[in-house]
Design a protein around this ligand. Structure first.
Ligand SMILES: Nc1ncnc2c1ncn2[C@@H]1O[C@H](COP(=O)(O)OP(=O)(O)O)[C@@H](O)[C@H]1O
Ligand SMILES: N[C@@H](CCOP(=O)(O)O)C(=O)O
Length: 321
């Protein structure tokens, strides 16, 4: 589930009087997602998504997220367009939470990733990177190298209960990444959480990308690394080189990568592994008992990290320099 805040009928009715999107027919909580409270809002004028922003989302970051979605949509990228109210604002408050309404996107996220999904993803990712080039608001990535140590320290003790020696492995990895992170590669706006549950397809066509609430300015190639982890490993933890090749090739057809970016992929993939391992570990050890949301497995990312640590160079991802 992800409905942390219930919205009473009279409050949603009152909320909608601020918009020109008709009257409420129904409001249904959405079971998927982990970060925010999401509802399908059916009005006399159509379908929308109502989001109440919860724990990890800083209110001051919302103009960046909503502005970025608006910017991408204006450039032809299919994503949830924020709906402005009668006063022109797309961000207001509901039930004590910051809240916004966005357009409903048709499509389903792929339950079983096929090579064609990776090809479509690579292309759309590169299109998003190009479209974001003239987006004016900045948001540094609070979950990049500078932010990892704090998360690591916060779950140091309990992390050992999950796997003996885990904390030391993560500390060593952090030290290595901190000393070797390739900070000078091309930067831009990245989605930073383009996992399969955030990318919708209708049959073989990518129909849209959702969930922009980790978007930030960072290394563009780091987004590819995040997606190699999220899309190119099989359930038995083996790396699928065909999927990786398709993803990177499709990306390069739109935005060719520099040699430096390609060479950096193994270290970026290690960083991407550590980043998701840490936030999953944090959520795992801070998971309230009896909570509906099932935390994601941090150790899945330890396996990915080990794979990238064993990689000699980018040819292990099927890329010839
Ligand atoms: N614009 C949208 N159109 C259609 N469905 C959406 C849209 N935004 C969110 N959803 C639905 O809500 C679910 C959770 O959304 P998501 O943004 O991933 O939540 P969270 O930020 O809490 O992880 C998605 O898996 C999808 O089913
Ligand atoms: N993709 C992250 C968790 C963030 O969840 P989302 O529902 O907001 O995509 C992970 O897999 O660790």
């Amino acid at each position: 589930m992800a409905v942390y805040t219930e919205v009473p009928d009279d409050e949603v009715d009152a909320f909608l009087t601020e918009y020109n999107i008709g009257e409420v027919l129904s409001l249904k909580g959405i079971a998927e997602g982990v970060e925010n409270s999401n509802f399908i809002l059916h009005t006399t004028l159509g379908l929308f998504i109502l989001t109440l922003y919860e724990k990890r989302v800083e209110k001051t970051d919302l103009p960046f997220f909503l502005g970025y979605m608006q910017h991408l949509a204006a450039k032809g990228i299919s994503c949830p367009v924020p709906i402005a109210g009668k006063d022109g604002n797309n961000l207001r408050e509901l039930c004590g939470r910051p809240a916004a309404i966005t357009a409903f996107l048709e499509g389903m996220w792929p339950r079983r990733i096929q090579p064609f999904h990776c090809r479509a993803l690579g292309r759309t990712m590169a299109e998003m990177h190009l479209a974001g080039q003239d987006f004016k608001i900045q948001r540094p990535n609070s979950l990049s190298v500078d932010g990892w140590e704090e998360v690591l320290n916060a779950c140091e003790e309990k992390g050992e209960q999950i796997k003996l020696g885990l904390t030391q492995t993560l500390k060593d990895e952090f030290t290595f990444l901190d000393a070797n992170w390739p900070d000078t590669l091309p930067k831009g706006v990245i989605h930073a959480d383009m996992f399969q549950d955030n990318v919708f397809f209708i049959h073989e066509k990518l129909s849209g990308v959702i969930d922009f609430y980790f978007a930030c300015n960072d290394l563009l190639a780091y987004e590819i690394a995040i997606c190699l982890n999220a899309w190119c490993f099989e359930l038995d933890n083996s790396f699928n080189i065909t999927k990786a090749q398709l993803l990177i090739k499709a990306y390069q057809e739109v935005r060719p990568l520099t040699k430096e970016e390609l060479k950096a992929l193994p270290i970026l993939a290690r960083g991407a592994s550590l980043r998701f391992l840490l936030t999953r570990l944090y959520d795992w050890v801070n998971h309230p008992e009896g909570a509906f949301v099932k935390p994601k497995d941090p150790l899945e990312y330890l396996n990915k990290l080990k794979f990238h640590q064993s990689v000699k160079n980018v040819s292990d991802y099927g890329i010839i320099l």
